[in-house]
Design a protein around this ligand. Structure first.
Ligand SMILES: Cc1cc2nc3c(=O)[nH]c(=O)nc-3n(C[C@H](O)[C@H](O)[C@H](O)COP(=O)(O)OP(=O)(O)OC[C@H]3O[C@@H](n4cnc5c(N)ncnc54)[C@H](O)[C@@H]3O)c2cc1C
Length: 439
């Protein structure tokens, strides 16, 4: 857990505010705080570390995670746990909801390091209990959810499938099959190019060695999940073959979608779905930086170096930031190769049948959505994207299925309690209380 907690409805002023405490945010906060800046870091999770290092404080397994988390704690940066940034009511002010309060943080420089989430592509049965994202079941297993002896099919795309397979096996699950949608040729080309990144090559070989014996099929993906009350079997396709596998869990994720809601809220421009940044990781909005997955899906090492450049630049240390740029260029080549190798095949757009639910919060099937020609119209007429997840799942799916842009974000960017909205008014605008209490 983070080391500090906050008093209810408090205001703070900092030089540098970092949103997200994954590798990118931790690196950014460390270097900015070590440069003498007054830094605050907030994360919606109670744990430091983001997707990959979450839980490392309690159960350390990775040296790099330990070193960075230790360095952050020594850096003097102020840490706010379970704090979700959701609105920016005035220039240079960010509001965040915690379980008990609202924080209003005013900043001189802001660094977004909000990571990415899994992309779910709807197919018949994808909403059955027992069908989850790979990262989701892995995180549950790490938190103690029992998977021992459970039969799991891992499907989708990307290196994450291998990491999750190894992780689930470590927790006692029986992975029956890994179904990777990309082609064997693309995968081999990607593997051959890894000599440029010996660390990644070693990591890949290590993971593959840990899952020897688990069938791994390229050009393969699930077409149907079935079961009475929960998942019992999944039908897969590969070339001309279609077959069914009995299982307890299907974990299925088709790569990642950058979390760009907050940058959009502040008016940062995007390029093809990722935040546009300059050589110092500064966005198109002055003094607002972005690092890690929101600028492109490139893995933890890429996130770390981008975070360091953003943190140094925000602290005014541009010479030191510049010294890291060749390292970043190398990780950007890896990122480009990764995204090329695991690009989604168009066949996946045909997985959802007319009655397959696309928006699971509001129960909107594909046929209702596809009678419209843009996200906004579909949303207004069908309520897709208006449920609890606020389109974070179905918005990305609709973008893939129909090619719709859904880049408009309104505050609150994430669902928050009514109390938080009321608290927000009084926290960042204390005048509101006195005005409201006047007869
Ligand atoms: C199961 C799993 C295994 C992986 N294995 C590997 C691996 O072996 N090697 C590898 O290179 N990569 C791996 N990855 C990918 C790796 O996790 C990412 O590349 C890396 O975490 C990116 O770092 P980041 O800092 O950009 O984002 P993240 O680690 O995603 O951190 C973003 C943080 O921002 C926080 N956040 C988001 N929005 C808000 C908000 N509004 N308010 C407050 N906080 C917010 C989130 O809670 C999160 O903690 C794995 C991912 C998963 C899910």
């Amino acid at each position: 857990m983070f080391s500090k907690n906050v008093s209810p409805s408090s205001s703070h002023q900092v030089d540098v505010l970092v949103i997200g405490a994954g590798p990118a945010g931790i690196a950014a906060a460390c270097v900015a705080a070590e440069a003498g800046k007054n830094v605050a870091v907030l994360d919606s999770s109670p744990w430091l570390g983001g997707q990959i290092w979450r839980g490392e404080q309690a159960h350390p397994t990775q040296a790099a995670a330990q070193q960075w988390i230790w360095r952050l704690k020594k850096s003097g940066a102020q840490l706010f746990a379970s704090a979700t940034a959701f609105a920016a009511p005035t220039p240079r002010c960010m509001l965040a909801e915690t379980p008990t309060s609202v924080l209003a943080i005013t900043w001189q420089k802001l660094i977004f390091a909000t990571g990415a989430r899994e992309l779910f592509i709807p197919f018949p049965g994808w909403t059955l209990p027992g069908v989850l994202g790979p990262g989701g079941l892995h995180a549950m297993a790490k938190s103690g959810w029992p998977v021992t002896g459970q039969r799991v099919v891992v499907a989708g795309t990307g290196p994450l499938l291998l990491a999750v397979t190894a992780g689930l096996q470590q927790h006692g699950a029986r992975v029956c099959l890994v179904a990777e949608q990309t082609s064997t040729a693309k995968l081999i080309r990607f593997g051959l190019g890894l000599w440029r990144h010996p660390g990644k090559l070693a990591q890949g070989v290590g993971v593959k060695a840990r899952i020897l014996g688990v069938p791994y099929r390229c050009d393969c993906w699930p077409v149907k999940a079935e079961g009475a009350d929960r998942l019992q079997r999944v039908t897969l396709t590969r070339g001309a073959d279609t077959w069914t596998v009995d299982c307890d869990y299907l974990v299925c994720g088709f790569h990642l979608v950058p979390n760009v809601e907050l940058p959009l809220l502040l008016g940062c421009a995007l390029d093809q779905g990722v935040v546009r940044v300059n050589e110092f990781q500064e966005t198109t909005v002055t003094d607002v930086y972005c690092a890690g997955e929101p600028t492109g899906i490139g893995g933890a090492d890429c996130a770390l170096v981008e975070g360091r450049i953003a943190g140094l630049a925000a602290a005014g240390l541009t010479k030191q930031a510049r010294a890291l740029m060749s390292q970043r260029a190398s990780w950007h080549r890896f990122r480009a190769a990764l995204n090329k190798a695991f690009a989604l095949r168009p066949d996946l757009r045909r997985l959802a049948t007319p009655d397959t639910v696309v928006c699971r919060c509001e129960d909107v099937p594909r046929q209702e959505m596809e009678s419209f020609d843009n996200w906004r119209a579909a949303k207004l007429h069908t309520r897709c994207g208006m449920g609890a997840c606020q389109g974070r799942t179905c918005g990305a799916a609709a973008q893939f299925l129909f090619g719709w842009d859904n880049n408009s974000v309104r505050p609150p960017a994430f669902p928050v309690r009514m109390g938080a909205l009321i608290g927000a008014e009084t926290t960042w605008n204390p005048h509101a209380i006195s005005t409201a209490s006047k007869p």
